[in-house]
Design a binder for this molecule. Sequence first.
Ligand code: GDP
Ligand code: MG
Ligand code: K
Length: 281
Amino acid sequence: SKTINIALVGNPNCGKTSLFNVASGAHEHVGNYSGVTVDAKKGFFEYKGYHFNICDLPGTYSLSAYSPEELYVRRYLKNEIPDVIVNVVVASNLERNLYLTTELIDMDYRMVIALNMFDELEQSGGKIDYKHLGNMIGVPIVPTVSRSGKGVNQLFDTIIEVYEGRDESVRHVHVGLGKVIENSITPLKDLLKKDPTCNREFSPRYLAIKILEGDTEVKRMLEGSESYPELMNIRNAEVEKIETTLNEDIESAIANEKYGFISGALAETYRPGDKEEAKTT
Ligand code: GDP
Ligand code: MG
Ligand code: K
């Protein structure tokens, strides 16, 4: 049988471990850990003739180099190269959860979104056109309740479709970062593509964005390449241009554009429920 390696990626407390348990039949403790253990749990199971290896990664809000969890997840994705990433998001907290999704999209992974805690969204009267949202971001979205297992078979059916290249909502989409930042990404991306001595484990677009952000680990990955000095010259000039034009620091500028993209996509597809609105105020 074919083997599909999948990794669960998402914010803390979005239901990754519950999904891992219900899928793999493991009996791991579910709950909030006070101390953070940077570790990945692994399990496996058979489904519809496929052998699934599943990895439950630590929760992260982003894939930068700011916390041990972020670095761990990023290194895992780089070294293990899962066949399909399952990005677990909380249905009633998409604005925040989709930030990580934009980074996974930049990285160009094959991916499925588990729209988890769908029960809570429904109970609160929230509504989401998840098919439309999935088409907009080029990633299939499947509602799940990982605590009970509802939707989990549909999730794995979709993983198989994505793995086999049969899902029609999979498209190559860019999370557009606005004209000013896009104009700065282009020369970096072009140079990264041209130089064979540059890192090939991450997509040129992801690397270009991380260079602009000043990501220290990405810088280190590229230090040995022939283009490194030129990349840094371009980077410094472009960051100055962006910060002057947009009047904010580079990291805020990029984050704001990403949140703008998310708000735009959600404005068309998502209406939060009353209870959820009450919860966040
Ligand atoms: P992780 O930090 O991403 O691994 O999240 P966990 O699997 O530990 O889940 C965090 C909390 O959310 C636990 O109390 C789970 O029981 C609960 N939970 C997980 N999935 C769901 C779901 O689909 N619906 C609801 N209502 N609660 C869930
Ligand atoms: Mg967990
Ligand atoms: K909950």
